[in-house]
Each structure stands twice: as C-alpha cells, then as structure tokens.
Design a protein around this ligand. Structure first.
Ligand SMILES: [Zn+2]
Length: 216
C-alpha cells in the first residue's frame, strides 16, 4: 500500500506550483513521516488568474507560497524550474535537462506525477509524457495522482481522514489561487466523493486520494 512506504526516496512532480498539494497533499504528509521527499515544480504558474498588476508579481508570490507550503509538507528538497510554459521546444529541452540531472542526483525509488492521458490539463499531460519517455531502463515505480478530471478507475487509494485539515491548509497556502476559486472545498469534495463511493464495507472512511499505477 502507498501509505506503507518506508525508507524510500520519493520524487513528487508538480507541473504548476500547487498540483501536488491538490492531487496528493494528504498522501504527501503521510509519506513524509517515513520517507525522503523531493519535489519538482516545473512552471512558474504565470498563466493562471492574476490578481496583481503584473506577471512578475504573480510569479514571485506563487514562488513564495510554494516555499512556505513545501516547508509545511516536510519536503527534504525542492526544485523550482520556473519555466513559463512547456509548449516550446526550448522549454521542453530545458525541462528535460533539469529533470535528468535531478534524477541522477536523487536516484528516486518512486515518482508521483499527473496522468499522461487522463488529466485534463495539457501542461500536466505533456510533462508526464516527457517524464515517461525519459525513464526507460530505470527501475522506478510510477504513480499518477489526480488533479483535473476525476479517475473513474484507480489502482490505489490512501485514507487521508487524519490529515484532511492539513491538506486544506496546504491548498490555502496558495493565496493567489484560492482568491478566485475555493480549491480546498472542491478538492476535499472530490476526496470525499471517492471515499463515499468506494466499496469499503464497514469502514467509514471519509476522505481518500486515489492513484493509478503505471504498469509497463
Ligand atoms: Zn496544474
């Protein structure tokens, strides 16, 4: 079970500064107790809703929000690539270069990233696609977390009842984002939905995060 992982080097990949928090914030808190966590944030999130007067302020604030949140999540080391997007060849190559050098440095046992086809955000899909292409011949277990687009079927779930308050807090660190959308409420609702419709029998679990395993 994912929640039983111990003594692993786990690499979490967020295409935007808040994706891991949204998709697997509860699981991250649980895993941080007995594993080493590394977190890559690929883009600067400058294409999101902007309540500030310029793009630079948004980028700076999103980075600050991430730094605070990563401390709260007990991330051992976090890598901020700061790319504007992943839609030009130049940025794709930059991403690959950073990612491959981080892979050598970390040598992870496990990677978590969004789903390369089921996720609804093109940037998420693209990044996962590049990751998968560049992992050939490496023995790394890969799990996909859910961001935009609920999974109809999944291979694993993690009971996050004990850490749901922390997850909500993590999402709310991203003030620039929750300003225009109540992400925490929406995502807690999704985690609750999965728990209610999962067949737990007598167990009364309230919130779960779900994962698809990459089986190659
Ligand atoms: Zn995202």
């Amino acid at each position: 079970m994912i929640s039983d992982f111990q003594n692993k080097k786990i690499l979490l990949v967020s295409p935007h500064p808040d994706d891991v928090e949204i998709g697997m914030g509860g699981t991250t808190i649980i895993l941080s107790k007995k594993n080493k966590l590394f977190h890559i944030i690929c883009t600067n999130g400058s294409r999101s809703f902007n309540k500030y007067k310029d793009k630079e302020t948004l980028i700076r604030n999103r980075k600050k929000e991430s730094e605070k949140c990563n401390k709260f999540m007990n991330i051992n080391k976090f890598f901020y690539y700061g790319l504007n997007n992943i839609s030009t060849n130049k940025n794709i190559n930059l991403f690959k270069t950073h990612f491959l050098s981080n892979l050598d440095e970390i040598d992870p046992d496990i990677i978590f990233c969004p789903h390369p086809t089921l996720d609804k955000h093109p940037t998420h899909r693209k990044i996962s696609e590049i990751i998968l292409e560049n992992l050939k011949n490496r023995k790394i277990k890969i799990f996909f977390y859910e961001v935009w687009g609920a999974f109809n079927k999944y291979d694993h779930y993690v009971n996050i009842d004990k850490v749901i308050k922390k997850k909500v807090k993590m999402i709310n660190f991203h003030k620039s984002q929750i300003y225009y959308k109540d992400y925490a409420l929406g995502i807690a609702g999704l985690n609750h939905y999965h728990a209610i419709f999962n067949d737990f029998g007598k167990e009364k679990i309230q919130y779960i995060e779900v994962f698809v395993e990459n089986i190659t």
